[in-house]
Design a protein around this ligand. Sequence first.
Ligand code: ADP
Ligand code: MG
Length: 488
Amino acid sequence: MSKALPSLLVQGYEVVIGFETHTQLSTASKIFSRASTAFGAEPNTQACAVDLALPGTLPVMNKGAVERAIQLGLALGSTIAPRSVFARKNYFYPDLPKGYQISQFEIPVVQGGSVEFFLGDEKKTVRLVRAHLEEDAGKSLHEEFIGQTGIDLNRAGTPLLEIVTEPDMRSSAEAVAYAKELHKIVTWIGICDGNMQEGSFRCDANVSVRKPGAELGTRREIKNLNSFKFMQQAIDFEVRWQIEQIEDGHAIQQATVLFNPDTGETRAMRTKEDAADYRYFPDPDLPPLVVAPEWVERVRSEMAELPRVMAARFGANYGLSEYDATALTQSKGIARYFEAAIAAGQPAQPKLAANWVMGEVARRLNAQDLDIAQAPVAADQLAKLLDRIADGTVSNNAARQVFDVLWTDADAEVDAVIEAKGLKQMNDTGALEAIVDTVIAANAKNVAEFKAGNEKALNALVGQIMKASAGKANPGQVNALLKVKLAG
Ligand code: ADP
Ligand code: MG
């Protein structure tokens, strides 16, 4: 994967990016018909008369698609339009049997709002222009072997919510972070399955460059990016290409381009159409979509807690930083695991649990490419281990060794592992004192240095004691004991 270009300037140019994301909504049936939206069926087995645009058929709005649009709007702080309108976007293409796509144009159902996320530890806000409902097209299947192209209309009429941002992003890294955040939100609220390979979440990246302070440059639109990796590569290539063109004295032509993952290059597919080319007009077959305030409120009352709200609650209830709270709400699964670990703790250890979930747990999940749902250590087992750290039974270091065993051995139990590996911390003051006395007696030089004001000499003594106890002494107690004994 190519490294992310740093934000701000690239060879003296500012990068400007705006996104249009097509999310397939997770309704069982299509946006204007009853045909199934299930992925992967035999071609043309899920296209009914409406999807095929047979004469005499009429579209009927799927309420579930509207509810999902409302959910997104509520999640992103948008305005839900009380009345929105479906239009016909006219163009000719073999996978579009009606000769037009039904899409909201002048008045979309979701207006404004924003997506907030961290880029490293910097907080970013990308403003949304709108999100509108529309229908997906079918697919052309190019059968190179027989030299023919077939049309599969199963996808025709699948509900889409197209989410459009302002040109607020300034680097490929920021664009990818935005896309990941949006992906998290749509899957969190459950309006889209988020499966990028199957095309459920497809991003178009509009990219331009300009000298700082200049007017917006002419953009080119990279279509259908369906992996975060390709997204970054495509934008980075496009930025370099545009700068090279400008530096060579060529003007950028507005165009639609495709990214070829095999070559890592973007290539113009067609020059960009204007809205006028599509001859939009309100669809006479569909009445305006009316969303009453009561409907919005009912949807709101049925929605699960949103990541932003949950992160704020984690901050307020558990004393976590915004950064940590955001990391713990990166997915519903992680958040659930974290809260389960807290709930099972006796007493609850929110900060310790946060550190362990983001540290030890996340590291192992990443290394093995596992989802939190597949974590071999259950949240209540982690809680038990954290209890043992909190009550002084084991040190953090020893707890990591215990965790390793829990991770690989499904039958392992916290206390039994601590016992079997002899990892109990030495909390018995009598035994500890004996070791401390011995070490003090044997290290007169360090003792003298400490008494002369060299604080670092204490560390040397602590080190000796830890060693003498085979790492089992409780470092906190060792420090306290040493200070008492050396104070005289
Ligand atoms: P269209 O409907 O023709 O695709 P829009 O004006 O709706 O055009 O913009 C589409 C997307 O392109 C939006 O996400 C917008 O933020 C982005 N965009 C517009 N102008 C630029 C620009 N100069 N550079 C980068 N992105 C842009
Ligand atoms: Mg567009």
